[in-house]
Design a binder for this molecule. Structure first.
Ligand code: PMP
Length: 440
């Protein structure tokens, strides 16, 4: 009997002992193709020699130095690397240990910014329904997923939720893409006006929605419209790129492909590729300068911010991606994966939609393709799929079946950027087998 408090208290997980490229190997020697990067984390697979050497080098030189006393070379270099490549207007980077912490820091930076500039009444946050931004209380309060929130209500903050740009379910029959986008942008504007334009602090969204919807990309013009509305009312735009950022969709930042910038951008997961826990919040010049010329102190902090080993690791990961020119490969492998998924699943009776960008793709599971009706959550289709896939030696990330009645089950795929062409076939074959077993 294990004494580890696993999230699923009654679990039968295999014991992972080793990594080999895109595979994880368990105690019995069974190999699992990592088609989800864990949770969109392991973008370089599990045995990258250059990254491992960088971790070892930094640990032996200086593992950790508290930021109340020191800055470190890896932290400074990683911040420079990110800002040189970030969307326009970004000035500085606040390092944390993961995605939820990055979102918490973004929320508090937004709040402190308005206090510093004499608009402390701007407290209200707007996010989107069915969103996930982390599990700490502030990040959980931001997310619009009823199932995740319900047992922790009432949670902390003033948050309201508008519709996600989720064409498969939210676009009305007969409504053009342009009209749908305009309706969503208007919905945000109406919500800002309903709350009082001078009361709203920020709008938070994932450029490509990962865990809760399964790689849902926004329609063209959506984020530009959102940016314009935020600018019109002085509302900050926080882009959560924890899952979709750091090359996952084929550009370093997903926002690049939307043609917009943001006031705050959160990143994690692929930043350290799982070799070390790390996240970061990118801060715009405007916010940075308001705090720098105001109190000069961000009222926030954790013991491990700017962890030297984590920063050196992330720098090595990002250098690998750049030096090996992996982003074009993400786009090209992504196209091949999409083509193979469409070939195999386009006519599948229980797959309603196949979508995504780069190596960030999702399949939506329905019990009826024409009505788009989802399976009853009690059937736990996603859990059964995950189990069947694991039995076949495949890690994929099925989610959904939430009780808010709108989200169906889906499978998220986020494999390492180093995948071989033959492994794409293995991925699709094993996924198809798992579907056959569950839907038999
Ligand atoms: N934001 C998004 C978009 C995420 O997908 C996640 C994690 N799935 C988080 C925040 C939270 O990140 P972490 O689990 O590292 O705290």
């Amino acid at each position: 009997m294990s004494h580890v408090f696993h999230r699923h208290l009654q679990h039968t997980y295999p014991v992972a002992v080793r990594g080999d490229g895109a595979y994880i190997i368990d105690q019995q020697g069974k190999r699992y193709l990592d088609a989800s990067g864990g949770a969109a984390v392991s973008c370089l697979g599990h045995s990258d020699a250059a990254v491992i050497a960088a971790v070892q080098q930094q640990v032996s030189q200086l593992a950790y130095a508290h930021t109340s006393f020191f800055t470190t070379e890896p932290m400074e270099q990683l911040a420079d690397f990110l800002i040189e490549r970030a969307p326009a207007g970004m000035e500085s980077v606040y390092f944390v240990s993961g995605g939820s912490e990055a979102v918490e820091a973004a929320l508090k930076l937004a709040r402190q910014y308005f206090v510093e500039i004499g608009q402390p009444q701007r407290r209200h946050l707007i996010a989107r329904r069915q969103s996930y931004h982390g599990n700490t209380l502030g990040a959980l309060a931001t997310g619009g997923n009823a199932w995740r929130r319900q047992q922790f209500e009432p949670i902390l903050m003033n948050v309201s939720h508008v519709s996600p740009c989720y064409a498969y379910r939210e676009q009305q029959p007969g409504e053009s893409e342009g009209d749908f986008v305009a309706r969503l942008v208007r919905e945000l504007e109406d919500e800002i006006l309903r709350l009082g334009a001078d009361q709203v602090m920020a709008f938070v969204a994932e450029p490509v929605v990962g865990a809760t919807l399964g790689a849902v990309t926004a329609l063209p013009g959506y984020f530009q419209g959102i940016r314009e509305v935020c600018d019109r009312y002085g509302v900050l735009l926080i882009l959560d790129e924890v899952m979709c950022g750091m090359g996952r969709t084929g550009s370093l930042f997903a926002a690049e492909q939307e043609g917009i910038s943001a006031d705050l951008i959160t990143i994690a997961k692929g930043l350290g590729a799982g070799y070390q826990p790390i996240g970061a919040t990118l801060v715009s010049k405007q916010i940075y300068q308001a705090i720098a010329s105001g109190s000069g102190f961000f009222q926030h902090g954790h013991t491990y911010i700017g962890h030297a080993t984590a920063c050196a690791t992330a720098l090595a990961v990002q250098h690998q991606i750049e030096q090996r020119n992996l982003l074009p490969q993400v786009r090209q492998l992504g196209n091949s994966l999409m083509a193979r998924l469409r070939q195999r699943f386009a006519e599948h009776p229980f797959i309603g939609d196949i979508r995504g960008r780069g190596l960030f793709q999702g399949l939506e599971i329905v019990q009826d393709r024409s009505s788009k009706a989802a399976f009853d959550p009690s059937l736990k289709v996603n859990a059964r799929l995950k189990k069947a896939a694991m039995a076949n030696g495949l890690m994929c990330y099925p989610m959904g079946g939430t009780v808010d009645g709108r989200t169906g089950d889906h499978i998220l795929l986020a494999p390492p950027f180093i995948l071989q062409d033959s492994q794409l076939d293995e991925l699709v074959d094993k996924l198809a087998l798992a579907c056959d077993q569950v839907f038999a």
